[in-house]
Design a protein around this ligand. Structure first.
Ligand SMILES: NC(=O)c1ccc[n+]([C@@H]2O[C@H](COP(=O)([O-])OP(=O)(O)OC[C@H]3O[C@@H](n4cnc5c(N)ncnc54)[C@H](OP(=O)(O)O)[C@@H]3O)[C@@H](O)[C@H]2O)c1
Length: 312
């Protein structure tokens, strides 16, 4: 079958190429899925750059897929052949077919199409779990950096629905426009313009953004650091932190840590979409032959929300 395969790290050509790979061999708890659409995430672009030290020739990305079950899991768990599903495998999803544990997929109603569903897994699960980490949000002030990305749009709509007063930071007003429609109370284009104090800061840009956001916390406030989209490391002077808000907390976040399975959260996201309470922001939909160009656009901050590829 055909799949997107990582090119050698020292090769200046496209990060992935369409190649022939062996058919998946599902484990007993895995369903075989015919992929109709997949999503490219920033984390995968980092992996393709060697940023997480995992790029190797022949590596096959792909954590977010939607399609139809071709073969049910042999152990009897999960949906029957012919069921439409969304799934979150650890890799190998940018392909015609992928095997996925039945613990990591959810059924799709007919009202949710494959393109919409493919935008849900990594970004949506991360947003849900970040908000659980943040705690109750009703009436609380939240500052969100990197808000125009895939995760940011979901956080904005979900946090606003919980009653948060959310300030979104986006590179430009145009890139952030949809965030106001999704419930952000205000949109700013630099974290330095934020008018604190904030009870919760959700930070994923890194570089100078994190110390600036940290200084805006209310006493006892929480900053959850979940990414470094700028690729610039953070420098934090202990004494600046010490002089800052009393009892402020800086939290680690890894979306895989609280539960290694994703089926329940995927089902929750699908229910929210089907009920008209969550609106995936899909900045681009292209045929999968355009995957290398979409990766470039994502790296270059040219895509708002999620990028979805359809498998022809
Ligand atoms: N810890 C975890 O478990 C976990 C899980 C998923 C994702 N993440 C991280 O969460 C972050 C958001 O993920 P995502 O999928 O939403 O990514 P994304 O779609 O690429 O969004 C990232 C956003 O960061 C902003 N940004 C600010 N400075 C940037 C720069 N110099 N270069 C590129 N972008 C910049 C961009 O918005 P503007 O251009 O509008 O400023 C962009 O929309 C990423 O850092 C990702 O690695 C972490």
């Amino acid at each position: 079958m055909k799949a997107m395969v990582s090119s050698p790290a020292n090769d200046s050509a496209e990060p992935v190429v369409l190649g022939e790979v062996p058919e998946p061999e599902p484990a007993p708890d895995e369903a075989l899925i015919a992929v109709e659409a997949y999503c490219v995430n920033r984390g995968e672009t980092l992996q393709l750059d060697g940023g997480l030290d995992r790029r190797r020739p022949g590596w096959r990305p792909g954590k977010d897929v939607a399609g139809t079950v071709l073969g049910a899991a042999a152990d009897g768990t999960g949906p029957a052949a012919g069921t439409r599903v969304v799934a979150h495998p650890p890799a190998h999803g940018w392909a015609e077919r992928v095997a996925v544990s039945t613990a990591n997929l959810a059924e799709l109603p007919y009202s949710v199409d494959a393109v919409t569903a493919a935008a849900l897994p990594l970004a949506g699960i991360t947003a849900l779990r970040l908000l659980r980490t943040a705690g109750p949000l009703a009436g609380r002030r939240v500052l969100l950096t990197g808000a125009s990305g895939g995760v940011g749009h979901y956080i904005t709509e979900l946090a606003a629905a919980c009653g948060a007063h959310l300030t979104a930071v986006s590179g430009t007003a145009e890139r952030g426009a949809r965030l106001l429609q999704l419930g952000a109370a205000e949109l700013i284009t630099s974290v330095d313009d934020a008018k604190g104090p904030f009870d919760v800061v959700l930070e994923s840009v890194g570089g100078v953004s994190l110390p600036s956001a940290l200084a805006q916390l209310a006493p006892g406030g929480l900053l959850v650091w979940f990414g470094q989209a700028s690729r610039q490391p953070v420098t934090l002077n202990f004494f600046d932190f010490f002089k800052g808000p009393n009892q402020a907390r800086l939290a680690h976040f890894d979306y895989t840590a609280s539960d290694p399975t994703y089926g329940k959260d995927l089902a929750a996201l699908v229910r929210l979409v089907a009920g008209g309470r969550l609106h995936p922001e899909i900045g681009t939909v292209r045929d999968w032959s355009h995957t290398p160009g979409v990766i470039d656009d994502l790296r270059g901050r040219k895509i708002r929300g999620n990028a979805v590829l359809t498998v022809s």
